[in-house]
Design a protein around this ligand. Structure first.
Ligand SMILES: NC(=O)c1ccc[n+]([C@@H]2O[C@H](COP(=O)([O-])OP(=O)(O)OC[C@H]3O[C@@H](n4cnc5c(N)ncnc54)[C@H](OP(=O)(O)O)[C@@H]3O)[C@@H](O)[C@H]2O)c1
Length: 424
C-alpha cells in the first residue's frame, strides 16, 4: 500500500476534522483509497492542549513547513499572510501542498502555482470551492476533454440558507441571518459571505480552471444579498423565480467575465431547487451540454473530506498541469453578457406615471416582458412599487437605464435591479 507522511497546520474546525478522520478512521481511507496517511507533525500555536490526539505538536508553525520528514504540508489556518509564508516555505523545502484556503488561492494562486512548477511540487485545493462537493476535480479531470462555455453556481452556503429561509419560511433577512449564526452556519462576522466576497473568490478559482485565466479575484464583479427584501422574494415567487446568489462565468474569444450577484432563477432550472445551506454548480461545455454538481459546500466534515481526497490524489501522482500551454486568457470585470432584469421602482401614485416610466424603457429600445403594480403597503401612498421584467441587458446598459429611471421625476430616487439567470 502507498503511504505518505503529512504535516498539518491549523487545528480549528477543518483541521480538527481532518485529524479526527485520519487518526480515528484510517481503515476507510486505506480500503477506499489504497493509501496510508501518517500525520508526522501538527502546528498549533496554543500547543498540545489544542490538539486532542496523541501527535507531535509544534507551537511554531514554521517548524512544520521546515520538517524534512513530511511529503505534504496541509495548510488549514486561513487568511493570506502567514498561510502564504508557510506554503512558500514548504514548497521551497520540496513539499506538496494541500489547502482549503480560497482567499489564498484566489489572491496569490498565480505566484503559488508558478512556484510549485519551479520546485516540482503539487498544490491540492479541492476544499477551497464547494467544500465536500468535488467541483475542482470535475473541472481538472472529468471535464478535461471539453471547452467550458459557462458556469453558474451557488457557492456560498450561508447566503443560500438565508435566501431559502426568506422564501420558504417567510423569514426576514435579519431573522434568517440570526438563525444561520445560531446553527453555526454563519461566522460571527458574516460580512464576506453576505457581501458576495466569498462567492467571488471561489468563482475566480473556478474561472482559472474553466477558462485558463489568472487567479485574480479583483477582476470579479460582485454584489451581496443585503438589499434583498421579503417583497423581492414575493415578487420572484409571483413571477415564477427563486432568488439565489449566483456566481456566473462565461468566455468570449480570449476574455472571460466572472461575476457573483443575487439573481432570479426560473423555477424550472435545477439551481432554483438548491435549498438550505447547500451548494451547486452547473458547468456547460461545448458539445457535452450541462453537468450539475450538488452537495454540502462547507462544514468541518465535508471540507475535511475534500482535503483528504487531495492527499490521496497526491499519493497517487497528483494532477496534470492546468493551462500549461500557450497564453492565459484574460479575466475582465466588464461583463458583456446580457441578462434579462428585474427592476423594482417606486413610481409616483398619479395618473400617467407608469406610462411615462414605460416610455423610458421604450426610448432605450428595451422590451418589457412583465409588469406588476401592487398596492403600496406604506401609509404614505405618494409612490407605488412597480416591478418590471425587462429584456436582456448588459451591466453597462442596466446602469444607464437605472440612472435614467432614478433621475426621472416619476420615480423616487432608488431603483433596485437584479439579474435573471438565462441558461442557454
Ligand atoms: N469551516 C468551513 O466550513 C470551511 C469550508 C471550506 C474552507 N474552509 C477554509 O479552511 C480554512 C480553515 O477554516 P476553519 O473553519 O477550520 O478555521 P478556524 O476554525 O478558525 O481554525 C483556524 C485554525 O488556524 C489557527 N490559526 C489561525 N491563524 C493563525 C495564526 N496567525 N497563527 C497560528 N495559528 C493560526 C487557529 O488557531 P487558534 O485556535 O489558536 O486561533 C485555528 O486552529 C480557512 O482557509 C477556511 O476558509 C473552511
Amino acid at each position: 500500500m502507498k503511504s505518505i507522511k503529512i504535516g498539518v497546520c491549523g487545528v480549528g474546525n477543518v483541521g480538527g476534522a481532518v485529524l479526527e478522520s485520519l487518526v480515528n478512521s484510517p481503515d476507510i481511507l486505506e480500503r477506499n483509497g489504497g493509501v496510508k496517511i501518517d500525520v508526522i507533525s501538527v502546528g498549533a500555536r496554543k500547543g498540545k492542549s489544542a490538539v486532542p490526539f496523541d501527535l507531535n505538536v509544534s507551537k511554531n508553525l514554521m517548524d512544520v513547513a521546515h520538517n524534512d520528514e513530511i511529503d505534504v504540508f496541509v495548510e488549514l489556518i486561513g487568511g493570506c499572510q502567514l498561510a502564504k509564508e508557510l506554503v512558500e516555505t514548504a514548497m521551497m523545502n520540496g513539499k506538496n501542498i494541500v489547502t482549503a484556503n480560497k482567499a489564498l488561492i484566489a489572491t496569490h494562486g498565480d505566484d503559488l502555482f508558478n512556484m510549485a512548477k519551479q520546485y516540482g511540487v503539487q498544490i491540492g485545493f479541492e476544499a477551497s470551492v464547494a467544500g465536500g462537493t468535488p467541483v475542482i476535480k470535475a473541472l481538472r479531470e472529468g471535464l478535461v476533454a471539453n471547452k467550458v462555455l459557462w458556469f453558474a453556481g451557488i457557492l456560498n452556503g450561508t447566503t443560500n440558507f438565508i435566501l431559502s429561509k426568506m422564501s420558504e419560511d417567510k423569514s426576514s433577512f435579519e431573522a434568517a441571518l440570526l438563525e444561520a449564526q445560531n446553527l453555526g452556519l454563519a461566522e460571527s462576522d458574516p460580512t464576506m459571505d453576505i457581501d458576495g466576497t466569498d462567492a467571488a473568490q471561489k468563482a475566480s478559482i473556478l474561472s482559472a480552471l474553466a477558462f485558463n485565466t489568472p487567479y485574480d479575484f479583483k477582476a470579479v464583479s460582485y454584489g451581496g444579498i443585503e438589499s434583498i427584501t421579503s417583497d423581492d422574494i414575493e415578487y420572484a415567487e409571483q413571477l415564477g423565480y427563486k432568488i439565489k446568489h449566483i456566481a456566473y462565468g462565461s468566455i468570449d474569444e480570449n476574455e472571460a467575465n466572472v461575476s457573483a450577484y443575487p439573481t432570479f432563477v426560473p423555477n424550472d432550472q435545477l439551481l432554483s431547487q438548491v435549498g438550505k445551506q447547500m451548494n451547486a454548480l452547473e458547468i456547460n461545455c461545448e458539445g457535452l451540454g450541462s453537468t450539475v454538481y450538488y452537495g454540502p459546500g462547507a462544514g468541518p466534515k465535508p471540507t475535511a473530506s475534500a482535503v483528504i481526497a487531495d492527499l490521496v490524489d497526491i499519493a497517487n501522482g497528483g494532477w496534470h498541469e492546468n493551462g500549461s500551454l500557450g497564453e492565459k486568457n484574460t479575466l475582465s470585470s466588464k461583463s458583456y453578457q446580457k441578462f434579462s432584469r428585474y427592476f423594482n421602482i417606486n413610481v409616483k401614485n398619479e395618473a400617467g406615471a407608469i406610462a411615462k416610466v414605460s416610455s423610458l424603457f421604450a426610448e432605450e429600445k428595451i422590451s418589457i416582458e412583465a409588469l406588476i403594480q401592487n398596492e403600496s403597503k406604506a401609509n404614505n401612498k405618494l409612490f407605488v412599487p412597480v416591478v418590471i421584467i425587462s429584456g436582456p441587458l448588459s451591466d453597462r446598459e442596466v446602469t444607464q437605464m437605472t440612472n435614467k429611471l432614478e433621475s426621472s421625476e416619476e420615480t423616487s430616487s432608488t431603483v433596485k435591479q437584479y439579474r435573471i439567470h438565462n441558461a442557454l
